[in-house]
Design a protein around this ligand. Structure first.
Ligand code: ZN
Ligand code: CA
Length: 375
């Protein structure tokens, strides 16, 4: 049985273990024991830890099949939490778990981990037939999806992946998420005394302003967003500004539109700098690839059928942000991100309803059974 009390207690215990990004080591050790107790073979993807700069690697558990011929499936969640995640003291009030108000709660993503652990315990206790199940607990998701970015994909055999790392009630299925690029620019002008000989100067601030004013920004279309989020520069009012730094980003569900948007932003910078005689250094870097899983993919159908079997309202949707799902999917493992009910993640107001947490565990178990039943 999925046992509510056990699940809630384990969740509360886990959020009390600090696991900031790149400092997941003690939490990973705790989870390694849990998975081993549950009968999984566990290994640590150490090289990912080194590349991410974390004190541990990704954790990969494997539960051998009790029924043959069932496709291998993967469940994933991330071990790290965002900042303000130290010394979390969860509070339980009226069926809802909150933080104490000074920190986040950490249901992002320990709710996902708790749901996976409880579902594993349930199918073992009830001796429910299942295929091979992989469990992936990643590091450093919150600082650029580093765990899934650097994961040794040769370790995985799964044909379908279910990531438990989204808001929305269970039944929420994310099949689309944007690709994301960052733009960093430095504009080099020429300093001069603003009162004595300003004509000898080239204002980097003016060049930046000209560039930005021509940029299409914020909501570009249904699938695309863009922003200049940081601008730094200038020393004093009597100096023509010599140097300005800009940082921006663009995201789109469409790789083509993303490419067009970043090119547009770079072109605005280039034109303004050329016109003003300023020198431009610009760098575009890929943050993560897009997630695009068609609705007729087996992984989406499975997630949908399992939700329907539990009487959940199915919501196929897209996200404005990336998750480990993006990288899994980019490596050919068709994956979706599932709602576990985490609310106001990344803030001190974060909470999760016990009923959603419990349902998420039921949902994971139901997916395991749906896949096994088809054989
Ligand atoms: Zn998350
Ligand atoms: Ca998050």
């Amino acid at each position: 049985m999925i046992k509510q009390e056990r699940l809630v207690q384990e969740f509360m215990e886990m959020v009390k273990i600090d696991s900031l990004s790149k400092e997941e080591g003690s939490f990973a050790a705790y989870l390694k024991d849990k998975l081993t107790e549950l009968g999984l073979e566990v290994l640590v993807d150490e090289q990912a830890g080194r590349r991410a700069g974390s004190d541990t690697g990704n954790l990969l558990g494997r539960l051998r099949a009790t029924r043959q011929g069932v496709p291998v499936i993967l469940f994933a969640a991330h071990m790290d939490t965002v900042a303000l995640g130290k010394g979390i003291q969860p509070q339980l009030r009226d069926g809802v778990i909150y933080s104490s108000g000074d920190t986040i709660l950490g249901s992002d993503d320990k709710a996902g981990i708790a749901a996976i652990l409880e579902a594993l315990r349930h199918i073992k206790e009830e001796k429910i037939a299942h295929g091979e199940i992989e469990v992936l607990f990643t590091i450093s998701e919150e600082v650029g999806l580093l765990g899934s970015r650097y994961l040794d994909y040769s370790l995985l055999q799964a044909e379908m992946g279910f990531v438990l790392d989204s808001g929305g009630e269970p039944g929420t299925i994310i099949c689309q998420a944007p690709a994301h690029e960052r733009i960093k620019a430095v504009i080099h002008g020429q300093a001069a005394h603003a009162g004595m000989n300003p004509e000898k100067g080239i204002s980097a601030i003016q060049a930046a302003a000209q560039a930005i004013v021509k940029m299409k920004l914020l909501r570009i279309d249904e699938e695309t967003t863009a922003n200049i989020g940081v601008i730094k520069g200038g020393e004093a009012t009597n100096i023509v500004c010599e140097r300005v730094e800009l940082e921006g980003e663009a995201r789109s569900l469409s790789e083509e539109k993303l490419c067009r948007q970043t090119r547009h932003m770079v072109a605005c910078l280039q034109e303004a700098c050329a016109e003003m005689g300023a020198r431009l250094e610009v760098e575009v870097s890929r943050e993560y690839p897009s997630l695009q899983v068609p609705e007729d993919e087996a992984v989406v159908k499975t997630a949908r059928q399992a939700a329907e079997a539990l009487g959940l309202e199915v919501k196929l949707t897209s996200s404005g942000g990336g998750s480990d799902t993006n990288y899994l999917s980019a490596h050919g493992l068709k994956a979706v991100n599932l709602g576990v009910g985490m609310s106001h993640a990344h803030t001190k107001d974060e909470f999760i309803k016990i009923k959603d947490l419990v349902m998420a565990a039921h949902y994971v178990a139901e997916i395991m059974q749906q896949v096994a039943r088809r054989v």
